[in-house]
Design a protein around this ligand. Structure first.
Ligand SMILES: [Zn+2]
Length: 198
């Protein structure tokens, strides 16, 4: 119908139905089935082939609380049945070549707007997703997924100059993304040196 559509899908059955219905973006994409959590490989291949976006929708507790602490408070069964396989499935979704988006689960665990850097740090340092893939998932792919491809997804002549300058090289130290020096919007500095210019 020409409309951009996203579907909130945890079970594998829901992922399959959403894909068959032709949605553009799968929210969470948790791969739950009655026996646990695991990727359905043929379905994953279909997601890659179609170029369907996967928006992770991670709870803020994942990146706010140290991993060891989360594992301590979950019982062994929950840890083994859910958390480990979910981490592994996220790594594999990135590796598969799917268009994975780094997103928080706004509305469930009250993520703050300034916490995206923590989420990206979690993916790169805890789940060992390559930094380049993590940065792409939060910039180029994010812009494309919400219909801003061709306008804001990369720094090129003719596109809108919305970008940040950070202290450090995020491809070798992802935490550099949390040290924003200057923010540019439409080519004009809107924040810098700790000040907001509005
Ligand atoms: Zn959700």
């Amino acid at each position: 119908m020409g409309k951009h559509a996203a579907a909130h899908v945890h079970p594998t059955t829901a992922i399959r139905l959403a894909l068959e219905a032709g949605v553009d973006c799968l929210e969470h994409c948790t791969w739950l089935w009655p026996g646990g959590l695991d990727i359905d490989e043929p379905l994953m291949e279909e997601i890659v082939k179609r170029g369907t976006y996967i928006s992770l929708g991670l709870p803020s507790t994942w990146y706010r609380v140290p991993l060891g602490d989360i594992q301590d408070i979950m019982d062994k069964r929950g840890r083994e049945a859910l958390l480990g396989p979910r981490y592994e499935s996220i790594r594999r979704m990135f590796e598969s070549g799917a268009r994975v988006l780094s997103s928080s689960d706004a509305g469930s665990t009250a993520p703050r707007i300034d916490e995206l850097g923590l989420l990206l740090e979690f993916l790169a340092n805890q789940l060992e997703v390559p930094a380049h893939a993590v940065i792409t998932s939060a910039t180029i792919l994010g812009a494309e997924a919400i219909g801003l491809g061709g306008e804001k997804e990369s720094l090129e002549a003719g596109k809108k100059a919305d970008f940040i300058l950070v202290d450090g090289d995020p491809t070798t130290d992802i935490t550099a993304l949390q040290r924003v020096d200057t923010a540019m919007k439409d080519g004009v500095a809107v924040a810098g040196g700790g000040n907001v210019f509005l």
